[in-house]
Design a protein around this ligand. Sequence first.
Ligand code: GDP
Ligand code: IMO
Ligand code: MG
Length: 427
Amino acid sequence: MPALVLLGAQWGDEGKGKATDLLGGSVDYVVRYQGGNNAGHTVVVGDQKYALHLLPSGILSPTCVPVIGNGVVVDPSVLLSELSGLNERGVDTSKLLISGNAHIITPYHVTVDKVTERFLGKRKIGTTGRGIGPTYADKINRVGIRVQDLYDESILTQKVEAALDVKNQMLTKLYNRRAIAIEQVVEELLGYAEKLAPYVADTVLVLNQALEEDKVVLFEGGQGTLLDIDHGTYPFVTSSNPTAGGACTGSGVGPTKISRVIGILKAYTTRVGAGPFPTELFDEDGQALRRIGGERGVTTGRDRRCGWFDAVIARYATRVNGLTDFFLTKLDVLTGWEQIPVCVAYEIDGRRVEELPYSQTDFHHAKPVYENLPGWSEDITKAKSFADLPKNAQNYVKALEEMSGAPISAIGVGPGRDETIEINSFL
Ligand code: GDP
Ligand code: IMO
Ligand code: MG
């Protein structure tokens, strides 16, 4: 039975939250498999707007079980405040499951994230400052703290000691900061244990049993393909694998179980933080995309960098994720342009290049080669079917589909649940 992956095809903020929520009512489980509260997923239900950071967007569908998989990094204080915020708004969060193997973001990870960025100066990544990179670094270095460690004080203390051993040297001697007290960290972490206990589970077993029972499982990616630690624009990336393979390692569900991989694709491009972005606009068009598209970060409140659609990136996302479908979002934002430029290839040092170069140097030199597509001026936010779209909007979608290498199965024409054109059903 189907396990579906839904992930960002660009640099994040494509509209994953909305797309996940849309399917939430028809699936049994929604699983976050990587990232942490660096994510900001917006869901609009009627006149209510929710900003989710750590919780899977399925939390807003009463019948769905939300799962935080082993690949996620969890900041317990953020999680608990997100839960209580939703409870205050009448959302039942009691079904949530958290993997005991998920790693914990501690206050020292947040500190290290911030000082590292400060010391990188103009070479900084522009992280969200949530401790994501240092937590994944500790995981790989085998000095991480896992959710299950909260339930064994002795092990927890030993692990915090091991983790702080080097970090305190670094903080005091290199960064001129105060050392972090082991007891204080242990005490804070133990304080979360009881509150999180009802949710902690063997999520690998739960999900695999659910699939054996023909339940439908949806994996919700954080960030996006070009922010992937392996396949993104390294080093200007996040520290996890948002790409499709990450859904398997980050949940313990094997690749043979995945039946569909849906790439969420914005009808133009945005990026937050530093790093190359060939179609970035620095003119009035860029400002207009930001204004009309409301392109301001949900997590950090930073303005998003904006640019035209980049088909080279979309093709790359199709390839590295094995995408079966696209969900094209924010088409409505492009209403009103007479001509809409679309990047079809790059020019790199005088050569025309059709596919994403693997070399960082080449990508930094990439200049977009544009094709202009005719725009439309009619309001499309009420469109319910593809046929309701003006001819030029239809042609824009068809052109993007052709260039991107996978069928566009849904189109977003507004932030609300019902502002969606469904072309092929995902389930
Ligand atoms: P995510 O991180 O991928 O979940 O995306 P964000 O929530 O950070 O950013 C997407 C923004 O676009 C949110 O404010 C959504 O409410 C909004 N949105 C999603 N789909 C559409 C759409 O089709 N049209 C418009 N106008 N807004 C959309
Ligand atoms: P969602 O899930 C957009 C970016 C940061 C920075 C880089 C590394 O809402 O799409 P990190 O804090 O992860 O170490 O920062 O990644 N970044 C995102 N950009 N959307 C996100 O999440 C992001 N999460 C991280 O801006 O450039
Ligand atoms: Mg976001």
